[in-house]
Design a protein around this ligand. Sequence first.
Ligand code: SF4
Length: 205
Amino acid sequence: MSPAHPNEALEQLRRECLECRRCGLAETRNSVVFGEGDPKAKLVVIGEGPGADEDQSGRPFVGRSGQLLTKILASIGFRREEVFICNIVKCRPPSNRNPMRDEIEACLPWLERQLGLIGPKAVLLLGKVAANTILRNTLPLGAMRGKAWRWEGRDCFVTYHPAALLRNPNWKRGCWEDVQQLRRHYDTITGTEANRENEKEQSAS
Ligand code: SF4
């Protein structure tokens, strides 16, 4: 018998999602990649869709892109386990093509229900597909980076998808600036900064 999940409602949703056949991607997937992380994370990271490694393992961002994402998060003081990582579509589009509009629309209710249960304060959107989908626009990535967007009561930040950074390492500097901005904003809206100051004062007294 598997151990009790810290958030039974999210676990129940995951079990439902694993059976999903709402779009054509169900025909070619090996796994439904529901997402993973802290079920009460204040930061949720959303990518586009699973790749080959993720489809095989059933876990999000585990290939080279995933290793880079782990480093990006570490650069702003987050461990993977303390955020929640997921994708716009939960099943791999064949040959890593972009998910199609009907596939995205079929899958979005899963993401919306996930976020409703997790209740993050901030969202990091990786790449143009994720950002255009959540922010409901068709802007280029460059026009969406560098500012906070409000979506369903959450503050969203946009940066490059790690797969794009692997192809274009000269974009890493811009990504680093984006996530630094996210971290400052996150600290402000969650009171993390104040907590850190209090801890410093207490340890000094
Ligand atoms: S991509 Fe989403 S909607 Fe399509 S089958 Fe997978 S879980 Fe269901």
